[in-house]
Unconditional design. Structure first.
Length: 258
């Protein structure tokens, strides 16, 4: 395996032991089972250096290895994360305090294009023999079209509550601004929400609770967020490619706010 500027160019099938895995830039995590080690190679672009697969898919590919009883690591799973401009940031955290880590992706790039930009927070966990998102939330969405004299921006900050326990939840604080300069109209909204971890659903979302919210939404921005969550619960999502994100409507609903 060749490294360029400390980043992976070729992806091996296996490592003879943990020492070799670490020497080849494979990071040790526990993603599938608290009692078993995985190691992870992030195949992605860094300053123009990338593998061909990451370049053509415009993604980060997580190559995940499992350790057998002899201490060898064998590549077992891949998980793809959209990142056409290489801005997605990944970290790994034991959110429930049970020794098993979640994959947390910040600045996941959603809608992009002339006048449009979106960042998504994604939290992914291993469940029923696959990696699946347990939360997908827009943390920044911006539309600015000079020809239509319209600007809209959503921002959301977040923090975890009761981290490291079964009472885990995530608190989201939203700020929304819409400016229609030709009509001399400015609209500002702010609200917050707390989503509790649901072990039965293995998700921060509950279909029953989101349906109740859908009947009692405060504004159209909140309504679109709720609808996306319901779409996520109805889909079998096994990576974070643009095609699967598009199916949730998280990259397309926001133009319908007003």
């Amino acid at each position: 395996m060749k490294l360029v500027k400390n980043h992976v160019v070729g992806i091996p099938i296996s490592f003879k032991d943990e020492s070799e895995a670490l020497s080849k830039n494979c990071k040790i995590h526990r993603l599938k089972d608290k009692d078993k080690k995985n190691c992870v190679i992030e195949e992605r672009e860094y300053g123009g250096v990338y593998t061909k697969r990451a370049f053509y898919q415009r993604s980060i590919i997580l190559n995940i290895y499992e350790q057998n009883s002899a201490g060898e690591f064998y590549k077992d799973t891949e998980f793809t994360i959209l990142s056409p401009y290489g801005r997605a940031k990944i970290r790994y955290e034991d959110l429930l305090g049970d020794g098993k880590e979640f994959i947390i992706v910040e600045n996941l790039e959603g809608a992009t294009g002339s006048g449009v930009s979106q960042d998504i927070l994604a939290i992914v966990g291993w469940h029923r023999n696959k990696f699946a998102p347990v939360l997908l939330e827009t943390t920044r969405y911006m539309e600015a079209f000079s020809t239509s004299h319209r600007q809209q921006e959503l921002r959301a900050s977040y923090n975890f509550l009761n981290k490291g326990t079964n009472n885990l939840s995530i608190r989201l604080e939203y700020e929304f601004l819409a400016i229609f300069s030709k009509l001399n109209i400015t609209k500002q909204l702010s609200w917050n929400e707390e989503l509790a971890w649901n072990e039965e659903n293995f998700s921060f979302y509950s279909k029953e609770l989101e349906k109740v919210k859908l009947n009692n939404f405060i504004n159209n921005v909140e309504k679109s967020i709720i609808q996306v969550r319901l779409n996520i619960l109805d889909l079998d999502i096994n990576n974070l490619s643009f095609e699967l994100l598009d199916k949730t409507k998280i990259v397309s609903l926001y133009t319908k706010w007003f």
